[in-house]
Design a protein around this ligand. Structure first.
Ligand SMILES: [Fe+2]
Length: 163
């Protein structure tokens, strides 16, 4: 939802694909939660206990972050490159190339946390990365209005589903 709104604001030429990438970027979490349930519970607890972002804890305890797990699933499912890259690179990583879509989804993630959407299991939110703000070319002054639009749309979607 945040990806859809930011894509519209930025007049992104592939706004539909960006919206889908936004919806699917954490698909590795679902895969890991289903197939590595106990390990993920322990990783989340360690993330909370040590205040380290979950994807870093996953790398050290599981050997791969949910972004990497999602990348493997996306390859198996033969998802388009843009969506696969958004899934694979939405958290900073040692071997990451600077894909524009990656930066976009990462910042949408951060915006969502900042404006009231907690991480799925209450893990430690990601820190703001100033380089990403520069890459997005969205002035800081616009973040609050954008966040309010995201909140309003989320409330409407929640109401439509009776949440
Ligand atoms: Fe993530």
């Amino acid at each position: 939802m945040g990806a859809k709104i930011l894509a519209r604001i930025r007049k992104h030429p592939k706004s539909e694909e960006v919206s889908i990438a936004g919806l699917m970027h954490d698909i590795g979490r679902l895969v890991a939660d289903v197939f590595l349930t106990e390990e993920m519970i322990q990783a989340i607890e360690e993330s909370q206990r040590t205040s380290r972002p979950l994807y870093l804890v996953e790398e050290s305890t599981l050997g791969a972050s949910h972004a990497e797990i999602g990348r493997m699933a996306a390859e198996k499912w033969q998802l388009p490159d843009m969506i696969r890259n958004a899934i694979a690179y939405h958290h900073p990583s040692r071997d990451q190339e600077a894909y524009a879509i990656t930066l976009f989804i990462h910042e949408v993630d951060h915006l969502a946390y900042q404006y009231g959407f907690p991480p799925i299991h209450g893990e430690v939110p990601m820190p703001m990365d100033e380089r990403l703000l520069e890459a997005l070319q969205i002035p800081l002054a616009q973040f609050d209005p954008i966040g309010q639009v995201i909140l309003k749309e989320a409330e409407e979607v929640g109401a439509a589903f009776g949440l």
